[in-house]
Design a binder for this molecule. Structure first.
Ligand code: SF4
Ligand code: SF4
Ligand code: SF4
Length: 292
């Protein structure tokens, strides 16, 4: 009996589906740890002064992103970008307006690291989702996978890398924490362990229940995040995605594993690409060092 093209596609589709189901069932979501570091942002307290964004830039040695506003230069990025790890966005409803601080959410089970075949993005100490430029091949899968649109690629650089908030981990050995939380004059952004932040968010909700709507974003959404949000208007006006409780990697890895199951050739191709990209990166870095 010969098989038609449609028949063959059906069989392939069923096999891929079965593989996907098997993988989805096998995957265990990764929970947050009791010592995971995070941030709590309370939109009822933020006045949009942007001290947090400026402190973030200073602490991470990033150049200002200057735009001319009313004829004067301001460091006012519209969003996260290749030189901006933290940004204050404005939101509004029919009756209210306010501000939202955006940065990496430090997901308990991050999609960005799930799709990073080189391990350049990975969980480090205290649950921080950190980046290792020496492992990065610039594939930018992390940008596609992140449900919060956080990782940014430095297109303008001769030796580009991905950038995103790493909770100021380079300051920890100086006894310092996240710079943004240190300078906020309103207590709108505070840092601490995730259990401490959850307790503080619940305390604020209980003390002023009429001031908040929508509970605590990040407590369960997307499998939980270490950066948590409180809002006076719910979370739709913030532009935060309406995620279920399942971590994003469950879907991403299901599709990825179904596609690559038993596929040795793409791995070899990817490995070759990785070596070439790594050599190119170090050639550019060496050239820059020779020029300086
Ligand atoms: S420093 Fe505090 S009040 Fe000012 S913009 Fe940042 S979060 Fe809002
Ligand atoms: S917010 Fe995006 S970049 Fe940050 S940990 Fe989660 S998936 Fe990764
Ligand atoms: S924790 Fe550090 S890197 Fe992250 S947003 Fe705050 S200041 Fe920026």
């Amino acid at each position: 009996m010969t098989m038609t093209r449609r028949g063959a596609l059906k069989v392939l589709g069923a096999a891929a589906g079965a593989a996907a189901v098997t993988t989805a069932e096998a995957r265990t979501p990764k929970p947050s740890g009791p010592d995971d570091l995070g941030l709590l942002f309370d939109a009822t307290r933020c006045v949009g002064c942007r001290a947090c964004s400026i402190a973030c830039r200073d602490a991470n040695g990033l150049a200002p992103d200057v735009a001319m506003i009313g004829g004067a230069p301001y460091d006012a990025p519209a969003d996260l970008n290749g030189s901006t790890l933290s940004v204050i966005r404005q939101w509004s409803t029919e009756s209210e307006t306010g501000y939202l601080k955006a940065q990496c959410m430090h997901c308990a089970d991050p999609a960005c690291s799930s799709v990073c075949m080189m391990g350049a993005l990975h969980k480090g100490k205290r649950g921080v989702v950190q980046y290792d430029v020496d492992r990065c091949v610039g594939c930018r899968n992390c940008q596609i996978a992140c449900p919060f649109n956080v990782p940014k690629f430095q297109w303008a650089s001769a030796s580009p890398k991905i950038i995103k908030c790493e909770l100021c981990r380079h300051r920890w050995d100086q006894g310092k924490g996240p710079a943004c939380a240190e300078v906020c004059p309103r207590g709108a952004v505070v840092s601490g362990s995730r259990p401490e932040l959850l307790a503080e968010a619940k305390r604020r909700l209980a003390a002023k229940p009429a001031a908040y709507q929508g509970g605590i974003y990040g407590e369960t959404q997307g499998g939980g995040t270490a950066c948590l949000y409180l809002s006076p208007v719910g979370f739709a006006p913030f532009g935060l995605p309406a995620l279920g409780n399942e971590p994003a990697p469950a879907l991403v890895e299901t599709v990825q594993h179904a596609i690559y199951q038993g596929a040795f050739a793409p791995m070899v191709l990817f490995g070759t690409f990785a070596i070439v990209a790594w050599k190119n990166r170090h050639a550019v870095t060496a050239a820059e060092e020779n020029d300086s």
